[in-house]
Design a protein around this ligand. Structure first.
Ligand code: SF4
Length: 271
């Protein structure tokens, strides 16, 4: 059996990258000692619904919507029997409400029919649910069941590339690369901390490299967050060029400030 490898864009050895990754893990832990999922929930099913709702929406908005939602629909059985129109009206502020309604009702029906209304504890079973891909499954596994997993959302993808911990643009490959470089016990918390850090400091368009607490460990610091190995990445993957502010960038792309945010959770269909 061949040993899994990581092809790093800087040509760094795996041993050196592991040591550097350890320093990154420690620095992020100091900055964000509390690495809990910010989506309010009381059980695995509520976390599943909240994570589906968080696609292209802020956690704060999801947390405003879910108290009313969960007061009206308590179990997977309730959601499975919900009228789409009623659900859509309640979750409308989170955006993509029709797709999310479909995903939530579909997932709930599968939970009732195949899993006795309980959220399964394995990746394989979670992936059978509507609207659930590896990212959402890892949020549930790590955030509720305590099974470590690497959640690769847009922030984790961008930061892994800037930090040169992966040479890939594919979420599954990035997940594998991080799993090889980071100790298993740190997977879930690191994902959350990278998401927090990507929203706050190492943003898509304006990474704050000079003031960044990771700049000593980051090969992209000298490129102001736009290293050559990311030169051909898609929109939002490279840093802001001088004179191209976030608002200007959004105006060019036709996105609003709200839709430009990138959430911890999945995209509406499957992620
Ligand atoms: S040094 Fe710059 S590119 Fe690297 S993690 Fe910090 S903000 Fe991001």
């Amino acid at each position: 059996m061949s040993t899994p490898t990581v092809r790093l864009p800087t040509g760094e050895s795996i041993g050196a990258a592991r040591r550097r990754a350890g320093q990154i893990v420690a620095a992020l832990k100091r900055r964000y000692p509390d690495a809990r999922v910010p989506l309010h929930h009381e059980n695995a099913f509520q976390l599943l619904v909240a994570t589906i709702l968080s696609a292209q929406c802020t956690d704060a908005m999801v947390n405003r919507v879910t108290p009313v939602l969960f007061a009206r629909y308590r179990t997977a059985r309730d959601f499975a029997a919900a009228r789409p129109r009623d659900l859509e009206a309640l979750i409308r502020p989170t955006g993509f409400f029709r797709q999310k309604t479909k995903a939530i009702i579909g997932a709930s029906r599968t939970l009732v029919e195949r899993f006795g209304g309980e959220v399964p504890r394995t990746m394989e079973d979670l992936l059978t649910l509507d609207g659930v891909g590896r990212k959402t499954a890892n949020v549930i596994l790590g955030g509720f069941y305590g099974t470590p997993g690497v959640v690769v959302d847009t922030h984790v993808r961008r930061l892994s590339q800037r930090l040169a911990l992966t040479g890939s643009d594919e979420p599954e490959r990035i997940e594998q690369d991080l799993m090889l470089l980071i100790p298993r016990r740190a997977w879930s918390a690191l994902s959350l901390r990278l998401i927090f850090f990507g929203r706050e400091v190492c943003t898509a368009r304006s990474p704050r490299c000079p003031a960044c607490p990771l700049n000593r460990f980051c090969p992209s610091a000298k490129y102001r967050g736009a290293p050559p190995w990311m030169a051909r990445r898609g929109r939002g993957q490279t840093a802001r060029r001088p004179g191209a502010g976030a608002a200007a960038g959004r105006a060019r792309s036709g996105r609003t400030a709200r839709t430009a945010r990138t959430p911890a959770g999945p995209r509406p269909k499957r992620s």
